[in-house]
Ligand binder design. Structure first.
Ligand SMILES: Nc1ccn([C@@H]2O[C@H](COP(=O)(O)OP(=O)(O)OP(=O)(O)O)[C@@H](O)[C@H]2O)c(=O)n1
Ligand SMILES: C[C@](O)(CO)[C@H](O)COP(=O)(O)O
Length: 232
């Protein structure tokens, strides 16, 4: 299996001087945690990281010195960054290789959750699979004026996380189709679904939360310190 880490974002919602993937928690960059989380499972032999064209910080990470990690230039969208990484992977990988796409901004991915996901991917590689969490709050739909228009049955709704695992050729084809259709997709599964795919959900972990805004940092820091102490 090949890991793909889209890490070419600028973290605008974080509102900091440096891209959030290079913020350090317990003296390690968020990006290094996310790459190490994938490499913790021996089934992932290589990780391709998509970097912003102006990235000057990756060279100073632990991952930059790991022979299993290779970098490519990302794109103007997450989907394009993933496509660029897929095109690099396709140069030497078999078409039926499974690719494991994981946000650089999700450093707390626990090994047991990853193992569950990869086990499912091995059981049904054609279908692919997505790490996700069931919704615990009551969900409302609303108008643009924030007037509630209804209640969504939360039994049918899940919060997608990453990693998301698909066959290399199938994902590349689906992302190319989405690009040609001008679809603004925010995860890999959306592209697969648009072609009729029905990936399998695999129970994720709250520790695999995405760092998006500054108020995410205390909680992700807690999860990472618990993992360092072996409590999670
Ligand atoms: N053109 C882009 C945009 C995003 N990403 C990556 O996709 C992941 C999820 O995106 P997000 O959390 O939105 O990160 P940013 O785009 O950096 O954040 P923001 O939207 O706040 O700018 C991140 O690891 C980010 O680095 C990427 O590789 N290429
Ligand atoms: C891929 C993802 O993490 C699944 O929840 C999410 O769609 C990324 O969204 P972002 O706006 O690019 O952070």
């Amino acid at each position: 299996m090949i890991g793909i880490i889209p890490a070419a974002g600028i973290g605008s919602r974080m509102g900091l001087e440096i891209p959030k993937q290079y913020l350090r928690i317990h003296e390690r960059s968020i990006l290094d945690y996310s790459i190490a989380a994938l490499l913790a499972d021996a089934r992932i032999q290589e990780v391709i990281v998509a970097l912003h064209p102006d990235d000057t910080l990756f060279v100073s990470t632990e991952a930059a010195n790991d022979p299993r990690v290779h970098s490519v230039i990302g794109g103007t969208t997450r989907a394009k960054s993933v496509q660029n990484a897929l095109e690099h992977a396709a140069l030497q990988a078999e078409k039926n290789t499974l690719v494991v796409v994981h946000d650089a901004a999700r450093p707390g991915l626990p090994p047991d959750a990853l193992a569950r996901l990869l086990d499912q991917a091995e059981r049904d590689p054609q279908r692919g699979c997505v790490m996700a969490l069931p919704v615990r709050d009551t969900l409302k739909s609303a108008s643009s004026q924030w007037h509630i228009t209804g209640t969504v049955d939360r039994q049918t709704v899940w919060q997608a996380q990453t990693p998301q695992v698909f066959l290399l050729e199938a994902l590349h084809h689906a992302l190319q189709h989405a690009e040609r259709a001008g679809s603004q997709i925010t995860d890999e599964s959306s592209a697969i679904e648009a072609l009729g795919g029905r990936p399998k959900l695999v129970l994720g972990s709250r520790a695999a939360m995405k760092v998006t805004d500054p108020d995410d940092l205390p909680l992700v820091s807690f999860y990472l310190s618990q993992q360092q102490q072996g409590d999670l």
